[in-house]
Design a protein around this ligand. Sequence first.
Ligand code: GLN
Length: 455
Amino acid sequence: MNSIEEFYSLEKKSDYAESLFKDLSDLNSRLNAFLNITKISSQNYPFSVKDNICVKNVETTASSKILKTYVPPFNATVVERMLSKNFGFIGKTNMDEFGFGTFGLNSERIPRNPFNEEYVAGGSSSGAAIATAVLKYHIAIAESTGGSISAPSAFCGVVGFTPTYGAVSRHGLIDYANSLDKIGLMSRHAKDIRYVFDIIKGPDNYDSTCIDIDKRKIQERKEETAKNTIFIINQINDFLDESVKSHFSGLISKLENMGFTIKTIDFNLLDKAIPTYYIISMAEASTNLARYTGFKYGLKNNEFSQDYNSFFTESRSNFGAEAKRRIILGTFVRGASVKSKYYSKALKVRGLLISKMKEILRHGFILSPTMPIATPKIEDANSLTPVQNYGLDILTIPPNLSGFPHISFPYDYDKELPMGAQLISDHFDDYSLLDFVQNWEDSFKYKFKYNLGSI
Ligand code: GLN
């Protein structure tokens, strides 16, 4: 039985809904997981929604001042599908502004790691991961462009699932970079993710890029043994901290004991993934952010009687520093005089990266630590330069850039803080990842934090 079915079989559900609202409000003042919290009926299994996904009549800002006061008149397709199956919406989760970030530090109220509040929760889906770590009965709707589901899941010790690009409708998502954005899920258990993925996935009249993964053929696997084979890319060793290396080798031994064949392989394109991703994602982000004028929504610190230039300069000053950086760099890389040097080249490298990774994934999964470093303290992450910060996405970017489904799962603890590993599979082979983590869960002892609202 998954925890959703377990919840529905409980007799005292009303106690849960009452205590959940109160305890969560108290805890949230310390952890900053939610931007708003809603009371739910005791009959509904709770779900949270990242703040870049529209919920009807609930303020939705993608954590940005430029969207303050925007209250969508409609539900995103994922939200509509959850509500139609009797799930109860409990609130919008905190995130880096528009999804720009890896540690949650680009949000107004800094999200904190529930295992130790001096440490980052990860980003950009920070609040989704915190909520999952503290709530016994809950599932989070999150989103990833370049690792925003994997990174916070790893730092908060929960399972984070990013499906094949296009498997879940993005109708009602506030876009970061359209060729990369994917809606996914976080939970304490892969079983719950499977249950909810079955509900939210699949074609949608409002999103023509959304596909039916069940009808797509998983490419012919060359070897019978592909399901039991795991590849580790040699080049990741150049980027891993010593503590991550030693914990990760412990995971490899455990997987060997479980019967998996572990093989190492070269992948020379690894260090090209970061520049490729940041060129493409910033180019797309800069066009997406062009639409925010401050006319209708956003903090009103300007006057309509001003001339055009002053009005836009003032309203667009509501973007945070990282958003401004991406608008400037993204506009630059797609400029006519440099396009062939940056943007067009990045698209070519992306194509190459997809075909090379696909070749490996025909023979098995790809596994790595989710993050190359152990969870950093907030003050340490804050002192990273932007380039150092981007570099830490080295392991989460490859599957995101190529649209491969991937899952981050907790596998160990370092100084009482969780560590995550990330498994990648071929396009449309999403369910193999869930099978794998279900299998892993049977042999791993999780330490979830708080168990708020447990009955
Ligand atoms: N850290 C990456 C970035 O800032 C990925 C974030 C995301 O997936 N939204 O772009």
